[in-house]
Design a protein around this ligand. Structure first.
Ligand SMILES: Cc1cc2nc3c(=O)[nH]c(=O)nc-3n(C[C@H](O)[C@H](O)[C@H](O)COP(=O)(O)OP(=O)(O)OC[C@H]3O[C@@H](n4cnc5c(N)ncnc54)[C@H](O)[C@@H]3O)c2cc1C
Length: 394
């Protein structure tokens, strides 16, 4: 279902590899992993290691650093294909792929030489980004004049960080983190924060709770806790006090990758609804021959096509900004894809009747998964307000 834009031969080859990987490594395990009561047990190092053998984990890095130099468009196609297998697997990789992309652009040569080989050479190393705090969440999407509560004190040679982040995707699985910290306390989070590079084994940094989530259980989200954690000046990314500049400059495709993850899940729900409509006979004929159901399936197909086209447009223009990028493309595609995913989830459930409510039919897991992106990467309402602030700025 990645035909909104005609694929190049390279893209076809990568996507066929990912499709086979999903069929062999993800789909057979996803229901069992999802069912583990302990959230940490839903995450599979084996799946990550197998994907690494195929080059998926590092594909956004340039060839110089051992990657495939995949464009944002190709990456969004891969993220969607992974999401068709499982949204959690897709998210774990989408985060890592996008942060690797940011790192290659935003890190200094010295930082890259410390980080990228260590990331590439470790087959299960993942990446994470820590922005959200218990008291600062939408405040970051709609910059509110509050500071981050995770703060840094200046000392000789670096900074001492105290505070915590929560809900962080790959939080307990990452080898390196991009961390947003308040370095100028009298300013707001958008004017006085700094982006730091943090290594997993840095003294003073520990992992707190791993969140027990409703869905997307094959990915882990965790708290990051900083207690007198010294971070040297060499780990400042960009300029001190300009953390938000790092996000604005190096992050354009983040929202579209999030949309691609939930789109993959929505694809899977549509396929389930279609298959069921073909085999379930009521009223003397298969459900698909009843006009109401037939029209609903057709509407699902339209919504999926539009969501995919929007994501592809945003990804292509994120890499080719001179051809017409505008800031709403960093906001709307995820909102549209997640609303589409949620609508298709409820329709798929409805088409299955009581069967959809029974776990053995596999719809229930996908419905829980489809809810993940109504809030992740920004609550949709907040994103609409953010876009409004771009559109109606003057
Ligand atoms: C699965 C998942 C993965 C995530 N991964 C990461 C990650 O890797 N890194 C990271 O940093 N964060 C991550 N997050 C955090 C995510 O970005 C936040 O959950 C999100 O920004 C919303 O924050 P909140 O849940 O605290 O909601 P709140 O900000 O408390 O919002 C609650 C409600 O109030 C509304 N609201 C808030 N402010 C306003 C306003 N000014 N005007 C009008 N309405 C408003 C919101 O729209 C929402 O409906 C993740 C979250 C989830 C669920």
């Amino acid at each position: 279902m990645w035909d909104a834009i005609e694929c190049t031969e390279d893209q076809k080859s990568i996507l066929n590899t990912v499709k086979k990987f999903v069929e062999k490594e993800v789909l057979p395990r996803s229901a069992e992993l999802d069912a583990h009561p302990n959230p940490e047990d839903g995450y599979s190092q084996e799946i990550i290691a197998e994907a690494n053998k195929l080059g998926i984990r590092t594909m956004t890095l340039s060839e110089e650093w051992g990657g495939l130099a995949a464009s944002s468009l190709t990456t969004s196609m891969v993220v969607e294909a992974l999401g068709r297998g499982d949204i959690g697997v897709s998210v774990a990789f989408a985060q890592t792929l996008k942060i690797a992309q940011i790192m290659e652009k935003a890190l200094t040569e010295e930082q890259k030489s410390r980080v990228l080989p260590a990331f590439v050479d470790d087959p299960t190393a993942m990446l994470a980004i820590g922005i959200t705090e218990p008291d600062n969440a939408s405040n970051y999407f709609l910059p509110h004049p509050a500071p981050f509560n995770t703060v840094a004190e200046r000392i000789e040679g670096g900074w001492v960080v105290n505070g915590m982040k929560h809900f962080i995707s790959n939080g307990n699985r990452a080898k390196f983190y991009l961390l947003f910290v308040q370095t100028e306390k009298e300013k707001t989070l958008s004017t006085g924060s700094t982006c730091f590079l943090v290594e997993r084994d840095r003294p003073g940094f520990t992992i707190g709770r791993v969140h027990d989530k409703m869905g997307e259980r094959l990915a882990n989200n965790a708290e990051l806790i900083f207690q007198d954690c010294f971070i040297p000046d060499e780990n400042v990314i960009g300029e001190t006090g300009k953390g938000f500049g790092v996000l604005a400059e190096f992050f354009p495709q983040s929202n579209a990758y999030a949309g691609a993850s939930v789109l993959g899940c929505a694809d899977a729900l549509y396929e389930k609804a279609l298959d069921w409509a073909k085999i379930r006979v009521q009223g003397g004929k298969p459900l698909i021959e009843h006009d109401g159901i037939r029209a609903q399936l057709s509407e699902m197909q339209m919504l999926l096509d539009v969501a995919r086209t929007y994501i592809h447009k945003a990804c292509y223009l994120a890499d080719n900004q001179e051809k017409g990028w505008n800031k709403t493309l960093g906001v709307y595609p995820k909102a549209f894809a997640s609303q589409t995913g949620w609508k298709i989830a409820t329709w798929c459930l409805e088409i299955h009747g009581g069967h959809g409510y029974m776990k053995e039919f596999g719809v229930e897991k996908l419905v829980r998964d489809a809810a993940a992106f109504l809030h992740s990467d920004g609550v949709n309402r907040t994103l609409f307000l953010k876009a409004a602030n771009f559109i109606y700025a003057d």
